[in-house]
Design a protein around this ligand. Sequence first.
Ligand code: SAH
Length: 367
Amino acid sequence: MANTPVKTEVPPSALGLTLDDWIEWAESKKQPKFRAKQIVEWLYQKRVRSFDEMTNLSQDLREQLSEQFSLGFLPVARATGSQDTTRKFLFRLDDGRFIETVRIPANANFDGDRSGRITLCVSSQVGCAYACKFCASGLAGFTRNLEVGEIVSQVVSVEHETGEPIRNIVFMGMGEPLANLSRLNKALEILNSDWGMNIGARHMTVSTSGLAPQIEKLAEIPRQIRLAISLHGATDEVRDQIMPINKKYPIDRLFEALETWGRYKKQMITFEYILIKGVNDSPDDAAELARRAKKLHAKVNLIPYNTVDGLEWKRPDEDEQDAFLAVLLKANVTATLRREKGHDIDAACGQLRLQEETAEGIIETVF
Ligand code: SAH
């Protein structure tokens, strides 16, 4: 059956190892430590396409590497969009599953940034277990965590496909990154380290639906990464309706974790807040959101809801969106309303939904 994921014997990706892992590997092969440096240089600076190109390693060592590891480039099953627009890559994983990675040009990116940088929206899991009522990613349920190499490789592979360096990453693709925390941590190390992808910690945003204990754990890692909270409701009443995670970690528990975060990290926290008609878009909701944002000195990204096939939710009218924003601004909260790019582009992050596998094994995705 074309749509049954194929189990293959592909070895693990070399992109999933940290420098320390490579040192351990080199030592296990009775090699000097500096081999580890040589290997990561081939992988991340020189971007070799085969272990054979690692010419300062012995033939024997290169053979051992290629027996134990794959180079980890992800094959593109499909790409849509162009250089200037949001571009979506559908990558095929070794087990036949698919993930989507979205490249967002500067004029359309997460913070309305106009500095000419490109942001990559990266997936952390195949599917999602958190079942937010408005989100397409969770509709098909959870399949599995991504491996470290599969996370890093989304960045390496998109750079390879486009020839442009990625300087910003948001973990807003499919999945809940904090439910895959140990692998996320390792991926962040590889992406951030100067021996690896060398992407500034401040240019990496982890987005979560609100896994409070994991936020506290992530706060302790010594990197000044950014945190975005998919809040979408400023009261338990609203959040309980649309985000099942709120039953486990109600809003006060979540905010306790955010205060912990604030003690470790310098950057402002971002609240993502989808405006959903009749659910969370009243002036009272705005006032409560303003109160909560001020308390934490957080900024707010308002995102008019993007309709998802099969779901009933709708975005409020533009004047209601403006009125909601006005309440926040009047309360001196830093807030933006991302509207100008329309449904297709705004929808780029977070609504990845694997809809169906075709006879070729390609998955249709909707944004
Ligand atoms: N699980 C993490 C990472 C996914 S980020 C998290 O929840 O933060 C995906 C972002 O897109 C989240 O803020 C999510 O709430 C948002 N999103 C999901 N469905 C959406 C929709 N239909 N319209 C607009 N934003 C949506």
